[in-house]
Ligand binder design. Sequence first.
Ligand SMILES: [Mg+2]
Length: 351
Amino acid sequence: VLTESELIAFISRGRAGAPARKGDLGIGDDCAVLKVGARSLLVTVDLMAEGVHFDLAYTPPYLLGRKAVAASLSDIAAMGGTPRGVFVSAALPAKTKPAFARALVEGIHEEARAAGAAVLGGDTSSSMHRIFLDVVAIGEASRRGPILRRGARAGDAIYVSGTLGASARGLELLRKGFRPWSRRLWSRSLLVRGREADRRRDELVAALAHLLPRPRLALGRALGVQGLPSAMIDVSDGLAIDLHRLCDASRVGASIELARIPVDSAAAAGRPGRAPALALGGGEDYELLFTAPARAERRLMAIAERLREPLARIGRITPARRGVVLVDGSGRRRPLPRAGFEHFRSATRTT
Ligand SMILES: [Mg+2]
């Protein structure tokens, strides 16, 4: 069986067409970078396949359109850039209802509009059975240049925006049949108080975090304008995997503290013991993970406060030989697995 990383290795080993021009950057970061005059264009693409990335049983077309665009825009934010436009290609089965397509397109337009990006074009096709949505996002790097994954240095602090784990918990709930719009849910919700009401609210928040992610565009742009991060990536596949990617690109190690990871309270919805695992290994949070020298902290916190985006310092970059490690609540250090939620479920269980 061909794995995704094998396929990417085939593509990038082949030197991918003509050599990139000086100053350009190809495969290996959140976006490709194309130098045009004094500025840099950012280009990224994200493909969503029905049955793999989304399930129509719990994904309304409007939210699907928004999320497809949001996922691509998040990669522009991860370079400290500003979105300019998107190209959207869609392959829809012949049986697709016009109302479905209309809602899908409305979601695409709305997400792009909210981000200040124009829908510049795309392509359409019919498909045998399933929906495919492919979004190319184009952005502009700040005048200081794009923030790459490869700039982290030993001694830099590691930060993550927002909170983690809610989207993965939301996906679990949706897969089990939870529907945030079900009439039964809302009529029942009116009758409960206290803990039960909190749990139901958390479930709603988690499901929405999964269906309607909010990429950190304003924060990414502000960080890019001030040029504060030494390296940055967005958390699309889980904090553990994405931290490894940043460390690989920078050829450094890292040490993060479990207790400092901003676990979303909704990630615990009904299952508090599993929240740290969801925060480390769950994907699709679309938060920003970045590193910066210690002297930048005051300016970073000022930006976060102005934008009302929470920012947590979760650890420190170390020399490569120390590897990427997780320090748990009792001070025990162990290698941070390059793994998704399933792995962490057993690894972080509190007994
Ligand atoms: Mg990314």
